[in-house]
Each structure stands twice: as structure tokens, then as C-alpha cells.
Design a protein around this ligand. Sequence first.
Ligand SMILES: Cc1ncc(COP(=O)(O)O)c(C=O)c1O
Length: 384
Amino acid sequence: MSAVFNSTGHRLEVPEIVSSDGIYLTDSDGKRYMDLESGVWCTSVGHRNRRVNDAIRSQMEVLSHAGFCYSHPIVEEAAASVLSVCGLEDGSVVFLCSGSEGIDYARQVAKTITKRRLTLTLHDAYLGSFSSVIDRSSDWFIIDWENCPSCPEGQRRADCAHLGDIPDEVAEFMFEPGSSSGQVRFAPVPLIQEIVGLVRGNGGKIIVNEVTTGVGRTGSWFGFDHYRISPDLIVIGKGIGNGYPVSAVVMNGTTTQELAATNFKYMQSHQNDPLGAAVVKEVIAIIRDEGLIERASVNGVLFLEALQGLAVYPAVTAVRGRGMMFAIDLRDAAASRDVFRALLQRGFIVCLRGATLRIDPPLMIDRDQFGSFIDALDEILSVL
Ligand SMILES: Cc1ncc(COP(=O)(O)O)c(C=O)c1O
């Protein structure tokens, strides 16, 4: 029996992983796997990335941790990089340790500023694993958009039951732009724009949860770019650390000033740690230097087309995607489990969620590599 407790609810499906390289993982038998899950959306620029590892090594030689009473140039530099990719140069950033922590922090900020308690979110929003977001029985207003994916452009409040019901006293709208609890579904643009207008008009804050959709995953720096909205706070995690546990909460200028005028306190020992900041700065530099946003956008269209080509097989019921995040729905959970196992046997790791297979490769995956995955999937589906 393992001495490590796995509290994810997922059985360990893959043999023990002992090493990694770019988009590949190797198990203790020497078998290599293409990691099309990026270690649960985290390794945006690939496993054992040389530049990230060098940045960690050099920062460790200088200072890993100083405590939250002190600053360090690397933290300022990383914050400036984050603000620049967010287009919020007059704002501020706090570096934390995980997406869950970032979500909790951002909600505390919104509630402190607005002096309200109510969180508005969509029914399928995943907001991390902190208890503050698991129990949604009070102080939450949930919009179920299940039946309105084809909300027409021009939809307005008067025509929409969801919008008419939104209370005035919302502290924050927590918007997850496109992951939908890992299902790779995208709430309609008009619905989101209207909610943003309403909540902001009533003095509430707009928080985007970019933990999965940020740093290039959708073929743009952020998932909210596809919605033409301007958030007050942005929570970034996973891919910004390329596997190192660091997250960032970005606040626009107004929110920064409003928060500074309160007596808000957040006493967590590992905020604004130099080591995490060094990772963030380097990951952003790599994405910029290697043109990975554009690459994710251009390849995303081609990869989606290739996946859609597999919809000819009867077992496939839907294919979705945006940038480097894709989902394939199969006829049932048994079929998707069979495909998942067959892929694993051929050396491909994807994410299994019920009847859905999710594919989120590192941003630098190339066309031949993805092509080899399509060939394997084609072969498996053809005999399912
Ligand atoms: C959309 C979304 N938000 C927040 C989180 C929480 O991030 P973390 O696992 O880093 O705490 C996750 C994690 O899967 C996520 O998918």
C-alpha cells in the first residue's frame, strides 16, 4: 500500500512516472507517454523545461523565501511581466501558491471592497478545492446556462430570465471563461457581457478565473479575451508555474486603490515568494520568446479540425475546442474508459471525465506529435 494518500477521487491510472522531457513522461518500466493532459493543465511550456529549471536554480542560489514583510527585485519584475500581459500596468499582483488559494483571495478582496457577501457564478464553474467554494448553499447565486448555449448575439435583459433574476447586491461575478469544470464548454458571449454589465452597474466586482484558461491555453493570453470584457481581478494558476506551485491574483488600478483604502489582511507565509516569482517571470518570457500564444491559436484550429474528422465514428458524439484545449464526448463512460485505456497502452495520456476525454497538451506540441496521437485515436475509434 502506498504511503501517499490520494484525495483526488481519481484512481491512479498510469504506472509510476519517474522522468519527463518536454511533452513526454517515462514510467518505471521505461515506457514513454505523450502527456496530452499537461499534468492537469499545468506544464504549459513542457516538462523539465530547461529555461524554467535554470531560473529556479539561479533564484535558489540567491533567495527562495524572505517572508511577506520583505520584497525582492525578482518579485517586482515578475509582477510587471504579469501586469503587462494583462494590459493592466496601473494595477498590482499578489503571488500565491495555488489556483484554489487565488480564487479564495480574489473573493475576499471583492467582499472586502463591496462589503457584500453574495457570489454570482455559473452552474458549471469549478472554483478550486477550498471549503469556501465547495459549499454553495448560502450566499451564492447560480446561473444555469445549460439550455442557452445558442444565446443569440443581441440578447438583452428583457428577453432573458437569467438576467432578470440577478440580485442587485452581488459582491462578485466569478467567471470561468471556457473550462466549465474541465468540460471545455464556452458560455455564450452575450450572456456574459450582459451579466458583467449588470453586476458592475450595481457596484459588484468581475473576477475571471483563468486558472485553466490563462497563459495561452485558449490561443490567447486569457480566456476572457474571447468575451471582450474587462475584469477587475484575474486569477492565474497552473500554467503560469509550469508545474511549480505558484499562482497570481491580478487587480486592476481601481481595485488596487480601493483595497489599499481598507484594512484587508491576508497573512499567508508564502505570498510573493521570490522563487515562485522567478518561475512566473521565466514562463511568461518563454511564451513570448517562442511565440506560443500564436502557435496555440494557429495549431488549435488545425488540431480541432483533425479531431472533428474523427466524428465520423459512431462512438463520437461531440468534439469541442479552443486553442490548446479540446474535448471529445463519447457515447458513454464505458466507451471513453476503453478509449482512454487503449490510448494509454499506445503511450498517450489524456484526461478521462465520465463520457468525455479531454486533451490539453503543452503549448509547444508540434503538428507531427499531435498527428501521431490522431492516428492512434483514429485506429482505436475505428474498431470501437
Ligand atoms: C477552473 C479551475 N479553477 C481553479 C482550480 C484550482 O486550482 P488548483 O488546483 O491550483 O488549486 C482548478 C483546478 O483544477 C480549475 O480547473
